[in-house]
Design a protein around this ligand. Structure first.
Ligand code: F0G
Length: 368
């Protein structure tokens, strides 16, 4: 599979930023795959006893960078539920709403889908250590997969801004944690000082390849019918980039016949939001996210913390639950519906990115 710079199109290295400043991405050679055959194979693999295919990511291996099965590091990620929610639809003011709950992943966040591919690539390349800067979830996921692979993991985290649960996971899986004074952006800047380690943030093209499988999981669960809208919380903007890539490929492969629109929701308070997972000031995938919004006739909106926590309470009251950052997707849909951007008859999917136990903050007013 070719790797190119997403900005200038030059041949690129999957692990390094292009001299032009753009991020590398794998280019899928689509025409050789037929959509009906692909749908059938994915379905058959779901029922197979082959351990590799217990993973919702590796079931799609024809769409992934070639990595030999012996190097694959998997925790059975990518099998996440799509919950229909009448209460969520009422809350947002739309006709139909479902939650794609990526928090129901092995380490409790959507990061596992990308991490299985990044750590498998690290193992295939013989990497001794991997590192990331993180608000907590990327690092928890990296720590688990690296431990499975027998690779050292180094997590650079903004001091005092990561939930206890995420720090506990990193320790449990044996990562080395380095506290950095400042925000996620400052922690990211420190990565350069580490020297010879493989960075597994979403600037690593392998991460995006795994994470794009969330879009395929969503479409498969809906019988390959695209919704009108998909709402995503945004931080470093790797996730919207990955969803966009997956959706473009699904369209190019003929798996779907139209594209959904994308709603990207970010925290108004930026690096000071109580939704600590998305407390990012300068997203590294800004350019890719802008491209995604353009290609998918998308919209970006900002939400204050009260609106995020009110939406979190609504999701909790349904017996589903998620971490604060994830609830931005439902809160954003409600705001966009109120503005008239989203039509009342819309069929929408809100992506929940993290498990309820990831961050135990509850707002008293939200219980009223
Ligand atoms: N939701 C959760 C729960 C997250 O942890 C993140 C990002 C996002 C949404 C946003 O995704 O960055 O791809 O736009 N967490 C990163 C981390 C920053 O370090 O765990 P994004």
């Amino acid at each position: 599979m070719r790797v190119v710079c997403g900005d200038c199109g030059a041949v690129a290295d999957p692990l390094h930023i292009c001299p032009c400043g753009g991020l590398p991405e794998f280019a899928l050679d689509t025409p050789r795959l037929d959509p009906l055959g692909l749908r059938r194979v994915v379905r058959e693999r779901r029922a197979s006893y082959e351990p590799l295919f217990a993973s919702g990511v590796w079931r799609l291996r024809e769409l992934l960078p070639p990595i030999h099965a012996q190097h694959v590091v998997t925790l059975g990620e990518g099998n996440v539920p799509l919950y229909d929610s009448a209460a969520g639809a009422r809350y947002a003011g739309v006709a139909h709403l479902a939650y794609l709950h990526l928090g129901m992943s092995p380490t409790g966040s959507f990061k596992d889908l990308g991490m299985t591919v990044a750590i498998s690539a690290a193992r295939a390349r013989g990497a001794r250590a991997v590192a990331c800067a993180s608000t907590g979830n990327t690092a928890s996921s990296m720590a688990a997969y690296a431990a499975r692979a027998g690779i050292d993991a180094i997590a650079l985290v903004p001091r005092g801004r990561v939930s206890d649960a995420k720090l506990a996971q990193m320790r449990e899986y044996g990562a080395r944690i380095i506290d950095v004074d400042g925000s996620f952006d400052d922690a990211f800047a420190e990565l350069e000082r580490l020297g010879e380690v493989m960075v597994v943030n979403s600037v690593n093209a392998y991460r995006i390849e795994g994470q794009k499988c969330a879009a395929f999981a969503l479409l498969e669960a809906r019988g390959w019918r695209a919704p009108d809208w998909i709402a995503l919380p945004g931080g470093n903007l790797g996730n919207i980039s990955a969803f966009a890539k997956g959706l473009r490929e699904a369209r190019a492969l003929g798996l779907i016949d139209r594209l959904p629109r994308i709603a990207l929701i970010r925290a108004e308070r930026g690096i000071d939001t109580a939704a600590s997972a998305i407390a990012v000031g300068k997203p590294k995938s800004q350019a890719r996210a802008q491209r995604a919004l353009r290609d998918f006739n998308g919209v970006a909106c900002m939400l204050n913390d009260d609106a995020i926590f009110a939406a979190k309470a609504a999701i909790g009251r349904e017996g589903i639950g998620c971490e604060p950052a994830s609830a931005a997707s439902l809160g954003g849909l409600r705001a966009l519906r109120a503005h008239g951007t989203i039509a009342p008859d819309a069929d929408v999917v809100a992506v929940l990115t993290g498990h309820v136990l990831k961050d135990l903050r509850v707002r008293a007013h939200a219980l009223a």
